[in-house]
Design a protein around this ligand. Structure first.
Ligand code: AMP
Ligand code: MG
Length: 341
């Protein structure tokens, strides 16, 4: 091979650099997110990622598998079997054992405002089922007597006993499922994605141009795609608990699906939604439900004391942000107004 002159070498380097730039630019044009959607966990799940369709479908499959394990109604699920074990020490998988252990621990931090053992009360109201309705006082108080989560005993060899309670993890599994999608995306080597499961969303990394993902927080008074504010997220999850998600009217009264474990009635405290932001999906889901139950004053104080980033929205469109929400929150609908507590 002939030795290149200095001029020729520079020329080749220049051509190579131009080629790489062109490839990057083309790559930039080709970097389009793929989106897949599915009906899972009684809601709609969406995955948008910079990668392939197969990868998006893998992420959906992980959540479908979790739904099969943790659904309260599917006869083949672990939770269904546990709820039918009549208070005996019942063996579950290690994953389910660890999840229940984790959930009970966080529930305890909320002093039971989030109560995983509320199954009998939730079943009695039957929201979203054919028999939904306002229960009578007697049946409600007997159901309430079976909701002490301290009766849940975590035994040896992954056994769990529920005492006289039934568990309902509906307020936690969507957030937990986001954590599972994070592990799956790690394994797939996808570093930019947004996953939503109903009101729980995980934003992973940044967009290819370096911009953070901007996620809408649902307007409680409008359709599911309408939002009143946006929040920028990077490697974080956000869950919103709202009255609009599930409920029914009896006469003029609206009964929603987030129950106050002290009374057995839907929490009726002037809030319409609570949003929590955290790197951990399970935390966002549990705390959004718990803070909703606590109400604005107690919930706000609890969030501030425990470093929880939370957004409270009252029925009259007043918005309260804990200090940890930071700068990345923007109101996009001027009917809503940020207030200090
Ligand atoms: P979320 O939409 O995450 O706020 O969860 C609401 C769901 O959690 C309901 O549909 C019930 O299945 C369940 N749930 C309702 N109230 C509570 C509560 N106080 N603690 C734990 N789970 C609850
Ligand atoms: Mg929740």
């Amino acid at each position: 091979m002939k030795n290149l002159t200095k001029k020729e070498t520079i020329h080749i380097i220049f051509l190579a650099a131009a080629f790489i730039c062109a490839a990057l630019l083309l790559g930039g044009c080709a970097a389009k997110a793929v989106t897949e959607e599915a009906s899972v966990m009684n809601t709609i799940m969406r995955v948008s990622l910079y990668g392939t369709e197969d990868q998006a479908l893998d992420v959906i499959d992980v959540v479908k598998e979790a739904d099969d394990k943790f659904s309260k109604t599917a006869a083949a699920s672990e939770i269904f079997a546990l709820n039918h074990s009549m208070g005996t020490q019942h063996a579950v998988s290690e994953e389910t054992y660890n999840l229940i252990e984790n959930i009970v621990e966080i529930a305890d931090k909320t002093h039971g405002a989030y109560n995983p053992a509320l199954g009998t009360v939730i079943d009695l109201w039957g929201i979203g089922t054919e028999h939904q309705g306002v229960p009578g006082e007697t049946s409600l108080s007997s159901a309430l007597n079976k909701t002490d989560y301290k009766q849940i005993v975590l035994g040896e060899n992954n056994t769990v006993s529920l005492g006289n309670t039934l568990i309902d993890l509906g307020g936690a599994v969507k957030g937990y499922a986001l954590d599972l999608t994070r592990s799956e995306l790690n394994a797939l080597g996808v570093d930019s994605a947004v996953v939503s499961i109903g009101g729980s969303i995980y934003a992973r990394g940044t967009k290819p141009d370096g911009a953070k993902y901007k996620v809408g927080i649902r307007d409680p008074y409008r359709e599911s795609q309408d939002y009143f504010a946006t929040i920028e997220l990077e490697d974080a999850c956000v869950s919103t608990s709202g009255t609009y998600e599930r409920g029914f009217y009896a006469g003029d009264d609206y009964y929603h699906h987030i129950f106050d474990p002290k009374t057995g009635y839907p929490a009726d405290n002037g809030l319409v939604s609570v949003t929590v932001i955290d790197p951990n999906g399970l935390n966002t889901d549990i705390y959004s439900t718990a803070l909703f139950v606590m109400g604005l004053n107690e919930g706000f104080e609890f969030a501030e004391q425990n470093g929880i980033a939370a957004v409270f929205v009252t029925y009259d469109k007043k918005v309260y942000l804990t200090k940890d929400v930071g700068y990345a929150f923007t109101i996009t609908d001027d009917e809503y107004e940020i207030q200090d507590l």
